[in-house]
Design a protein around this ligand. Structure first.
Ligand code: ATP
Ligand code: MG
Length: 418
C-alpha cells in the first residue's frame, strides 16, 4: 500500500490499546477522588488562543503548531496542549464565576511538529487536570499531590518531582535582566538557537538541552534570589504543604517549562529509569495566573498539569508494571459446516444478550466462509471454543475435557465457570 500514516503519528494497536484503557480507567478514578470533572474539548481552536495564551516566543508557537486556514478563511490550530482550551471553555461557560473554583480534567490527542523519536510523536496523548479560580498555594499542593497519586496507583517507580518557581510579572523582569547580563557575557558558549532567542526570552536558555547551554545555565543566577515577597511566600507554602503530605521533591532552578503562561509554581515529574534521554518527563505543570487575561478573559488564577499517556505506557512497560487483565472474548462459536452457520449467528446473539462475549466467523457464503480448521485457529484466542454439532448440541472446550451441552446448559455452564 503506498499510503501510510503521516510521519510522527502512530496507530495504537489492540496489543497496546488495552493498556491505555487500564491507565485511563485508573486515572478517571483518581480524578474523581480529587473532585475533578471530565470535560471534552475541541481538537482545534482559533490560532489566537495559543499564540496569545501559550506565548509567541515559545517553541510550541514558533515552530511546532499545526496551523491551517479553513474554507471560511479562519486560522485554526490543532491543539498543541490542553490548558489554554480548558481555560477558554471554563470562561466561555462561566464555570468559575463568583469565586467558585472549577476542577476539570480531560484526555486526548495533542499535536506538535517535533522531531519524532521514541516517546516523542507529532500526535501524542495527554491527561490534563486544572484547578481554576484559586490563587492560594494549597491548590498547587493539591495538584501536585493528584499527579503523584495518579502515578502511585499505576505503580510507576523511580519518579522524581522537580519543583521551581518562575515568579510573576512583578519579579520576573529583574530576574530576566540578571539572566540577560549573565548569558550575554557567555553568549559565545550558547547554542545557535539560544543565541538567537536570548533577548526575546532568556529564560528559555535555562531549559535548553544542549550540552554547551547546560553548562552555562548551571551557573546562571537563580530565580530564588529574585522572587518578590508574594512569590517567595507562595513558594515556601507550596514546599511546606508538600512536606506536610510527605511528598518528596527536589528543587530545580533551571526548570522553567516551555510555555510562557506559567507564574509562580512550575514542576515536572521525571522518570529516572527511562532510557530515552530527553524524553524522560512524564508530567509537567504549574500555576498560570495570567493566562485567562492574556486570552481576553477576567483575571482567573489557575494551576494544573499535563501528563503524556504514550510515555506513561512506555515507562510502565519498561518497569513491567501490571496493566490488569486483558479482556478476552469468552466464547468463539465454530460451525462444522455451512448448514450450521446461521445457528452460530443466533447463538452469538443469545450469549451476548446474556452478557457473555461471543464471536464467530461471519463468513456467510461458500466464498467467504472459513474452513473448520481456520475457525478453530481463531477460536483458540477465546476463553472457550464452542462447536455446533449436527444433532443440535454443542461441544464446549477450553475448560479441561470437552463437554457436550444443550443450548440452555451452555449458557448456565459459562455463567457458573467464567
Ligand atoms: P519535553 O520536555 O519532553 O518536550 P514538554 O515540556 O514539551 O516535554 P509539556 O508541554 O509539559 O511537555 O507536556 C506534558 C507532557 O506531555 C510531557 O511531560 C510528556 O510526557 C508529554 N509530551 C510532550 N510532548 C510530547 C510529544 N511530542 N510526544 C509524546 N509525549 C509528549
Ligand atoms: Mg517539548
Amino acid at each position: 500500500m503506498d499510503i501510510q500514516a503521516p510521519r510522527g503519528v502512530r496507530d495504537i494497536l489492540p496489543d497496546e490499546s488495552w493498556k491505555w484503557a487500564y491507565v485511563l480507567n485508573s486515572v478517571a478514578k483518581v480524578m474523581a477522588d480529587f473532585g475533578h470533572s471530565e470535560i471534552h474539548l475541541p481538537i482545534f481552536e482559533n490560532t489566537e488562543l495559543f499564540s496569545r495564551g501559550v506565548g509567541e516566543t515559545t517553541d510550541i508557537v514558533e515552530k511546532e503548531m499545526y496551523t491551517f486556514t479553513d474554507r471560511g478563511s479562519r486560522s485554526l490550530t490543532l491543539r498543541p496542549e490542553a490548558t489554554a482550551g480548558m481555560v477558554r471553555a471554563a470562561l466561555e461557560h462561566g464555570m468559575c464565576s463568583q469565586n467558585a473554583a472549577a476542577r476539570l480534567w480531560c484526555w486526548g490527542p495533542m499535536f506538535r511538529y517535533e522531531r519524532p523519536q521514541k516517546g516523542r510523536y507529532r500526535q501524542f496523548f495527554q491527561i490534563d487536570a486544572e484547578v481554576l479560580g484559586i490563587a492560594g498555594p494549597a491548590a498547587d499542593v493539591d495538584t501536585i499531590a493528584l499527579s503523584v497519586e495518579m502515578f502511585r496507583r499505576l505503580a510507576l517507580r523511580g519518579l522524581r518531582v522537580a519543583l521551581n518557581s518562575v515568579g510573576c510579572p512583578q519579579c520576573r523582569p529583574a530576574y530576566r535582566d540578571a539572566l540577560l547580563a549573565y548569558f550575554g557575557a557567555n553568549r559565545d558558549a550558547l547554542c545557535e538557537t539560544c543565541q538567537a532567542r536570548l533577548e526575546r526570552n532568556p529564560l528559555r536558555v535555562l531549559d535548553c538541552k544542549s550540552a554547551s547551554c547546560s553548562a552555562v545555565a548551571d551557573a546562571a543566577p537563580a530565580i530564588y534570589d529574585h522572587l518578590c515577597p508574594e512569590c517567595a511566600a507562595h513558594f515556601d507554602e507550596v514546599k511546606s504543604g508538600l512536606a506536610r503530605l510527605g511528598l518528596p521533591f527536589s528543587l530545580d532552578k533551571r526548570l522553567v517549562r516551555g510555555l510562557d503562561y506559567y507564574t509562580k509554581t512550575a514542576y515536572e515529574i521525571i522518570s529516572g529509569d527511562l532510557s530515552q534521554g530527553a524524553q524522560n518527563a512524564v508530567c509537567g505543570g504549574g500555576r498560570y495566573d495570567n493566562l485567562a487575561e492574556s486570552i481576553g478573559g477576567p483575571h482567573t488564577p489557575g494551576v494544573g498539569f499535563a501528563a503524556g499517556i504514550d510515555r506513561i505506557v512506555l515507562v510502565m512497560e519498561e518497569q513491567n508494571c501490571s496493566f490488569g487483565k486483558r479482556a478476552q472474548t469468552e466464547v468463539y462459536i465454530v460451525a462444522r459446516d455451512d448448514a450450521s452457520r446461521p445457528t452460530a449467528q443466533v447463538l452469538a446473539g443469545k450469549l451476548r444478550s446474556a452478557g457473555i462475549s461471543a464471536a464467530y466467523d461471519a463468513g456467510d457464503s461458500v466464498k467467504y466462509a472459513r474452513s473448520f480448521k481456520a475457525q478453530m485457529k481463531s477460536a483458540l484466542s477465546a476463553r472457550w471454543q464452542c462447536i455446533i454439532e449436527a444433532n443440535g448440541t454443542f461441544t464446549l472446550s477450553g475448560g479441561g475435557s470437552d463437554l457436550t451441552l444443550t443450548e440452555g446448559e451452555l449458557v448456565n455452564y459459562i455463567e457458573e465457570h467464567r
